[in-house]
Structure formats: structure tokens, C-alpha cells
Design a protein around this ligand. Sequence first.
Ligand SMILES: NC(=O)c1ccc[n+]([C@@H]2O[C@H](COP(=O)([O-])OP(=O)(O)OC[C@H]3O[C@@H](n4cnc5c(N)ncnc54)[C@H](OP(=O)(O)O)[C@@H]3O)[C@@H](O)[C@H]2O)c1
Length: 256
Amino acid sequence: MKKIAILTGATGGLGREFLKQILKEEIDEVWAVARNEQKLSELRKEYGERVIPMSIDLSELQGIRQIKNMLDKNKPQVVYLINNAGLAKMGKYKDFHIEEIDKMINVNCKAPVMLAQICIPYMGKGSKILNISSASAFQPNPYINLYAASKVFERSYSRALNVELEETGIKSTAVCPGWIDTELLQKEINGKKVRFPGLVTPDRVVKQAIKDAKKGKDMSVCSMYVKCQHVNVKLLPQRLVMKIWMAGIGKYLKEN
Ligand SMILES: NC(=O)c1ccc[n+]([C@@H]2O[C@H](COP(=O)([O-])OP(=O)(O)OC[C@H]3O[C@@H](n4cnc5c(N)ncnc54)[C@H](OP(=O)(O)O)[C@@H]3O)[C@@H](O)[C@H]2O)c1
């Protein structure tokens, strides 16, 4: 029986690093999921035939069904499910159209749950689910309110699932990084260069996430900066936490 990893968002900043590090493990194939076919075939060229490119739109139910059909046909042992694909946009609530809202909730919330649901029957003792949430899950964040709320969903789902899976030996880890240097970040807003406090590189986040998942931790927090942030937002009233957040981002919201 083939041992596989399913990695979503494989073509993005964090995804490429997950791919690189997961290929060091005893895994026959990594099913690399994203929409962009060209980027996926570049990954296969770079990392070899163990990478199985799967050009799939995770915002569509049909995309999830495609992965289920592949599982039912090949009946592999799923060693890792890494729910990493994610969408983010900064802006005022009124700048979001409903199609965008639908897509973000589908990719950030529905897809990880549905993928876990179809993969668990192919998992066993020692298998791992990594749900890439965010430090945005620790507090409400105006102007990325939907993104942050979707990450609360992912973190909460992941931790509760981990308890439900206790008897199976499968572990579910919510990965909650702060700012990571990837294409997801809007580097300039209203002509102003954005500062990302505590910015880390993808390799650091991935290394810590895999280490924590192997230890069976239900949450992975990478840097000391984010660990302190996690404690602070637990101790302070949420209204104050949001004021501090607004003081940090306010200057980017003002147009020149
Ligand atoms: N960067 C940060 O500061 C940060 C901080 C905390 C948490 N995170 C989380 O880390 C994860 C990875 O983020 P990243 O920074 O690596 O972002 P990224 O570079 O923008 O990559 C996003 C990935 O998701 C895929 N994706 C987007 N929409 C999709 C869809 N409809 N169907 C299938 N795949 C889709 C993209 O591929 P295609 O476009 O080809 O589909 C890409 O591979 C996300 O869940 C994000 O929320 C990021």
C-alpha cells in the first residue's frame, strides 16, 4: 500500500516549503493540490516523480470529489493531510463582493473539514492532519475580519477533532503562525510599504509545525514573538486588543 501525503496550496510560499520538507520523509507520493497547472508542473520538475500534481479548485465541491475519487481508486495510506491552501484579503467589509466571501469561506473553512472527512478512513495510527490556521485566530482583527474569523474556525475545528480522534492514534494539529514572508502578504497598501512585526521565513514555520505534529501537539506556534502575542491576547480585554491592532494598521488605511 502506497504511503502518501496530501498537501493543499502546494504552489504557495508555505506550501513549497512543506513539500520540500515532507519529501524527506518515508512517503511514496505527495499529492500536491493547487489551481495553477504550470506552477504544479514546475514543482514536479524540481522535486521529481514523487510529486503528483493535482490541479484542483478547492472552492468547488467538485474539486473535493476529485480527491475522494483518487483516494477510492488508489486506496493509499494517508500519512499526512496538510490543509494549507488559504485566501486572504485586507480591506473594509464593504469592499468584499459576495463571490469573494463565498470563495474564502469555501477554501479556508469548508475544504479542510471535507478533506479531513474523506482522508480519515485512509489514515491510521501515526497519521497526521495539519490545519494551517494563523495567529489571527487568537483575536478579532478588523479589516481582515473574515480571514481572521475563518482561521478561528480552522483552529477550533482542528483542536476539537484531535480529541475526537484520540482512540485512532491520528493527530490533528492547528498551526498558528504570525506573519510569514510569502506572496500572501500585501506588501504595499495605499502607496505605503507595510511593516510586518515578527515576520518569519516559511522554513521556520514548517520545521516547527512538523516537529509539533510528530510530538502529537494539538497546536503549533512558531516564534517567541507569536507565543507572547498569544499570552497577551488571552490576558487583555478583546476591545483593547483590537485597539492595539488598529493602532498598528491605521496608517495603511488612510489614503494619500
Ligand atoms: N503568509 C502569512 O503571513 C500567513 C500567516 C499565517 C497563516 N498563513 C496561512 O498559511 C497558508 C499558506 O499561505 P501562504 O502564505 O503560503 O499563501 P500563498 O503564497 O498565497 O499560497 C496560497 C496557496 O493556496 C492555493 N489556493 C488558493 N486558492 C485556492 C483554491 N481555490 N483551490 C486550490 N488552491 C488554492 C494557491 O494556489 P493557486 O493559486 O494555484 O490555486 C497557493 O498554492 C494559508 O492558509 C494562510 O492563511 C499565512
